[in-house]
Design a protein around this ligand. Structure first.
Ligand SMILES: Cc1cc2nc3c(=O)[nH]c(=O)nc-3n(C[C@H](O)[C@H](O)[C@H](O)COP(=O)(O)OP(=O)(O)OC[C@H]3O[C@@H](n4cnc5c(N)ncnc54)[C@H](O)[C@@H]3O)c2cc1C
Length: 528
């Protein structure tokens, strides 16, 4: 990248949210969209089930809203829910216009049903919807001369007027970002508007369905810049992630349970009917807690998902990708149950924003999984997240192009004076492992005051070590990620400590009851 480059719109992250925003903003100015890995490295590419939206005349927006509010356990922001859900049908039609190959039945969309939805309303492209949506949105981005695509370029921090001492009065303003290029240099990239679309932070846990890029970078960057975060204690654990050394991020979509798969113990006994009358179709948190409880009760490191009740024909026609991936690992789901474990899957919380992604800092927007609009409340309804990404991207682009044209700022270069080359990297690996095991053991599906206190103490020590290391050595991707991961882990713990009740995805043995009034957990960064 040319060191003098500047853009009207800088989009950090190329999942569904970033790609959709890029397609819209390119009609109004020069866009740079960047990704710290390949363009296929994102949670979006991993999404299997589909995208929720009302497209069937038997269904209604009010029912989709009611399902979302029920799943959110009293904490959803109804205004955000209404705004996002009411755009569902239109977003699905827009994706079809882009060319997304959703499954059809005659001239209708083929819709699936997932846990806690009262209707079949999930549009899907076989069992690889995210990849289909991603590819459809990526093609026009790569072909557009107004869009510069930069892979292996990692945002390190956003740059604000206040950081540069240019702060006058009113809200701070974002001026661009520091970028670690594919060549290993850090450059400044000025932009009129910066959008963080960096996805979630599943990597703070040992078992996760998320790819390796999900290290919470956007949340950490926004926090360091001065943006409050909201409801970070609500981490959705997917109940059924493959338990296998070579397939630790392989998810078994809940559409399998929606179509009739059973959860069993090693003896083949179904246990979900003992926990909830909806059995395998109970909300994710109920299913994940039941699996966790059965595992702890039996001292087992996994349970089983039996897909055989679906029958060979349905497995082969509706779930060909899962069938193939598991066959590659030596498991034939047509013939045998699959070992599974709950895994960190989705962050309901994030940087506090409105539906247009506006933050506390002017010209800095956060969209998609990194943001928290209040749509999900204390628990996400399945397949609402891709919808949220796309609605936010559209609303964010609309908001940005309404703004008066600001001058592209001049920015100073990154200062790397005083750093010395590293002699070994063992410390980085050790800290990565420690953070992830601390979070899994102490801040997982079931929490307590004592576990959270222990996690906080350990994380404080690790963060101190990382902080001194960070400023003494040249930065690389793993060090930047480690710094972000440790910060996000700490924010999750602090948010969990703040909540003195059990609600939705947050369950504490010290506070098993739900308080009568639902309140968001909002953490605000201290003065810079
Ligand atoms: C296995 C799995 C299955 C899922 N299934 C569904 C489903 O069926 N339906 C549904 O609605 N949701 C599903 N989800 C959730 C959904 O996929 C995500 O919430 C959504 O895709 C998030 O999109 P995003 O654009 O916000 O982020 P992502 O798609 O994660 O994209 C983030 C991007 O930011 C880049 N990035 C991160 N940090 C930096 C940095 N510092 N510098 C530069 N680039 C950076 C990443 O490389 C990536 O390109 C699933 C998630 C997983 C993991």
């Amino acid at each position: 990248m040319n060191s003098k480059a500047s853009f009207d719109y800088l989009i950090i992250g190329s999942g569904a949210a970033g790609l959709f925003a890029a397609n819209i903003l390119a009609k109004h100015g020069r866009v740079a969209i960047l990704n710290k890995g390949e363009f296929t490295d994102s949670n979006t590419w991993y999404a299997q089930g589909g995208i929720a939206g009302v497209t069937d005349s038997d269904d209604s927006i009010e029912e989709h809203i009611a399902d979302t509010l029920r799943a959110g356990a009293g904490l959803c922001h109804e205004e955000a829910v209404r705004e996002i859900i009411s755009r569902g049908g239109r977003i699905i039609r827009e994706l079809m216009a882009f060319g997304t190959p959703f499954d059809t039945e005659g001239d209708h969309l083929h819709l699936t049903q997932e846990a806690a939805h009262s209707h079949r309303r999930i549009a899907h492209a076989k069992d690889a919807t995210g990849k289909a949506v991603g590819e459809t949105l990526l093609r026009p981005v790569q072909a557009n001369p107004n869009i510069t695509c930069l892979d292996h370029h990692m945002a390190v921090d956003v740059i604000t007027a206040r950081h540069l001492g240019r702060y006058a009065q009113g809200a701070d303003r974002c001026l661009g970002a520091y970028i670690l290029t594919s060549g290993g240099n850090v450059v400044t990239l000025p932009a009129r508007h910066t959008i963080l679309a960096t996805g979630g932070a599943g990597k703070v846990y040992m078992y996760t369905s998320n790819p390796h890029v999900a290290t919470g970078d956007g949340i950490a960057m926004a926090w360091r810049a001065g943006c409050p975060v909201m409801d970070l204690e609500f981490i959705q654990f997917h109940p059924t992630c493959l338990f296998h050394p070579q397939g630790s991020t392989q998810l078994l979509t809940e559409a399998l349970r929606g179509e009739g798969a059973h959860l069993t113990d090693a003896t083949g006994r179904r246990f979900m009917p003992n926990y909830d009358e909806r059995a395998e179709l109970a909300p994710r948190d109920v299913v994940a807690r039941a699996i966790d409880h059965e595992m702890k009760k039996r001292g087992s490191d996994h349970m089983l998902l039996d897909v055989r009740p679906l029958g060979r024909k349905k497995i082969e026609s509706q779930f060909p990708n899962i069938l193939k991936r598991l066959l590659d690992l030596g498991i034939d789901i047509r013939l045998e149950p699959v070992p599974i474990v709950p895994a960190a899957h989705y962050m309901c919380g994030g940087v506090k924003t409105d539906v247009a992604g506006r933050t506390a800092i002017q010209s800095l927007y956060v969209i998609g999984e990194s943001a928290c609009t209040g749509l999900h409340g204390a628990n996400r309804l399945a397949s609402n997240s891709l919808l949220e990404c796309l609605v936010m991207a559209e609303r964010c682009a609309q908001e940005i192009v309404k703004q008066p044209l600001m001058k592209i700022p001049q920015l100073p270069q990154w200062d790397s004076s005083g750093v010395v080359p590293e002699t070994e990297r063992v410390q980085i690996k050790q800290n990565w492992d420690e953070i992830r095991s601390t979070m899994s053991n102490y801040v997982g599906i079931v929490r307590s005051d004592e576990r959270l206190r222990r996690a906080r103490r350990r994380l404080a020590m690790i963060r101190e070590e990382i902080s001194s290391y960070y400023w003494q050595h040249p930065i690389g991707r793993d060090l930047v990620e480690l710094r972000n991961l440790s910060l996000v882990a700490d924010l999750v713990v602090r948010s969990a400590q703040h909540r003195k009740e059990s609600r939705g995805l947050h369950y504490s043995t010290d506070y098993p009851d739900t308080l009568p009034h639902a309140q968001d957990t909002i953490l605000t960064p201290g003065p810079l």
